[in-house]
Each structure stands twice: as structure tokens, then as C-alpha cells.
Write a protein that binds this ligand. Structure first.
Ligand code: ADP
Ligand code: MG
Length: 278
């Protein structure tokens, strides 16, 4: 069986001349689920964006390789073609482009389907949509436009299921999902980590242990102030739910109010059009 490995080494990155990632080391292999937890503002989304190559972030040192290929010098589409996938914390509205059309074009670009043969893809889309509780008419609607938060996150999972990346970064896939949707998307992703050649490797960014109940992470990492402050097994997620992140902060004083349930202060409405640039 094929196996993939994503290696993040000594990754430092800045935005607006402020250092946000301050030395990240992480290795994720096919079939593994790693949870990255941490307080708001610790750099979780920045890590996801830097891995995928979103413009506006400056990598100052370090490397990120997928199966030996350095990703940091590649454009986002080339990282995607290498097998990396990101589900957005705030899925972006793409007016005028139906989800089914976007997926068809992705697979044609990757040489996975013939332009003239969309039939089998349509059948797979319908099957995956049914499993994820996505109504068929959503596939024909412009991507993420006027969808509820839950619908947009189900759409993200549908894309993952069809594209079958090697490594997926899930940025708070659980935010905005009700308990049924959470179960459906987590079960689908968990299945991808067991099936496929190679099976999917996952970095699951989340605040909540409830995601990990359905998507069981073997490794849990605490990101604090741009560094991985602790790593452990599933018991670490349970401990975090009890104690919060205070113990992992360099400047612990006065941070006691950081409850796990705090909504992200910068939270924008799900499905809202992402502002241009950053
Ligand atoms: P998390 O996802 O862990 O809540 P983020 O990665 O979104 O954290 O943010 C980490 C820090 O980087 C925050 O202090 C945030 O304000 C800052 N930051 C993120 N993106 C930008 C940006 N585009 N411009 C300026 N600061 C940013
Ligand atoms: Mg975030």
C-alpha cells in the first residue's frame, strides 16, 4: 500500500510583520488523525493557511514536505495537486460556480476523469451527497452562496470525499454544525482514513473534544502562541476540556478567563463572502 507523509519542520511565519508561527514541527502519515487544539488567536488558522499557501503570509524559515516534495515554493493549486487539502473555517462563497462544476473541473485538471465522461462523477456526487445529508439541489447551486453554516461545512466534506487528497487540514470543521451534521461529516472523514490508497491523513483543528469522539485522534497537540506547547494521546484532549489552555501560555497571568467555549472573537458569519485579500 502507498503511504504518504507530511513533514512540517521548524516552520516560522509572519503576517503584517508580526511573527505568528514560531517554530512548528509536526509529522502526519496516511491513516493518522492529529488534533491541533489551542486558544483563539494561537495561530491555528494561520498554520492551515500557510500550509496551503494563502497569499499574505510570509514564511521566514522552515520546510513543509509531502512525500519529499517541498510545498512552500509551490502555488496553492500545485499543493492541492500534490495531495494537500484544506477545509475552510469560513467556507468561501463562489457566486456563479456550482459545486458540481468546480469538482468536475478539479478532477479533469488532475487527469482523473475525461472531459467527455461526467456520468460516473455525477453518480458518485449523488451518492456522497446522500451520505452527507446534502440535498441534490445544493450541488447545482453556486458554491456556498446563501448556505447555512452546516450546509457549507457538509459541502467542504463532500469536496474532500470526491477529491480524495492524501492529507487534509480541517480548520474547525465542527464549528456551526449541529450534532447530526457533526456525526455525518466526521464519520465520512474517519472512513477516508481507513479506506483509499493511501488512506487519508488528517490534521483536525478544533476547540472541542466532541469532534474527536467521532473522529478519534491518535495524537493531540496544543498550539499556544505559535508553538506546539504539548503533545499527547487522546487523554490530552480530555484534560484540556477540564483545565482550558491557561497552563500552556507563556504569559499565564490573567489568562484564566480563556474558556474552551469562547467563540472566536473574529468569527464571521459562515457562508459570508470572504473579504478580498486578507
Ligand atoms: P486561531 O485560528 O488559532 O484562532 P489565527 O491563526 O486566526 O488564530 O490568528 C493568530 C494571530 O494572527 C491572531 O493574533 C490574529 O489576529 C493574527 N492574524 C491572523 N491573520 C492575520 C492577518 N491577515 N493580519 C493580521 N493579523 C493576523
Ligand atoms: Mg482559526
Amino acid at each position: 500500500m502507498n503511504a504518504s507523509i507530511l513533514k512540517i519542520s521548524g516552520l516560522h511565519a509572519r503576517v503584517d510583520s508580526q511573527e505568528i508561527l514560531r517554530g512548528i514541527d509536526l509529522e502526519v502519515r496516511s491513516g493518522e488523525i492529529h488534533a491541533v487544539m489551542g486558544p483563539n488567536g494561537s495561530g491555528k488558522s494561520t498554520l492551515a493557511h500557510v500550509l496551503m499557501g494563502r497569499p499574505g503570509y510570509e514564511v521566514t524559515s522552515g520546510s513543509v514536505t509531502l512525500d519529499g516534495v517541498e510545498l512552500l515554493s509551490l502555488a496553492p493549486f500545485a499543493r492541492a495537486q500534490a495531495g494537500l487539502f484544506l477545509t475552510f473555517q469560513y467556507p468561501i462563497e463562489v457566486p456563479g460556480v456550482p459545486l458540481a462544476a468546480a469538482l468536475t473541473e478539479s478532477l479533469i485538471a488532475a487527469g482523473r476523469i475525461e472531459e467527455a465522461e461526467p456520468g460516473p462523477l455525477a453518480a458518485r456526487l449523488a451518492e456522497e451527497a446522500a451520505e452527507l445529508g446534502i440535498s441534490p439541489e445544493i450541488l447545482a447551486r453556486p458554491m456556498n452562496v446563501d448556505l447555512s453554516g452546516g450546509e457549507a461545512k457538509r459541502n467542504e466534506t463532500l469536496q474532500l470525499a470526491i477529491i480524495r487528497p492524501r492529507i487534509a487540514i480541517l480548520d474547525e470543521l465542527d464549528s456551526g454544525l449541529d450534532v447530526d451534521a457533526l456525526g455525518q461529516v466526521s464519520r465520512r472523514i474517519e472512513r477516508a482514513t481507513r479506506e483509499g490508497d493511501p488512506p487519508l491523513g488528517v490534521i483536525a483543528i478544533t476547540h472541542y473534544r466532541r469532534l474527536l469522539a467521532e473522529l478519534p485522534a491518535q495524537r493531540v497537540h496544543v498550539l499556544s502562541e505559535g508553538r506546539i506547547a504539548a503533545s499527547g494521546g487522546p487523554e490530552l484532549a480530555a484534560e484540556l476540556e477540564r483545565t482550558g489552555y491557561v497552563a500552556y501560555r507563556e504569559e499565564a497571568a490573567g489568562a484564566a478567563g480563556a474558556a474552551l467555549d469562547d467563540p472566536d472573537p473574529s468569527e464571521r458569519g459562515l457562508g459570508e463572502t470572504f473579504p478580498g485579500g486578507l
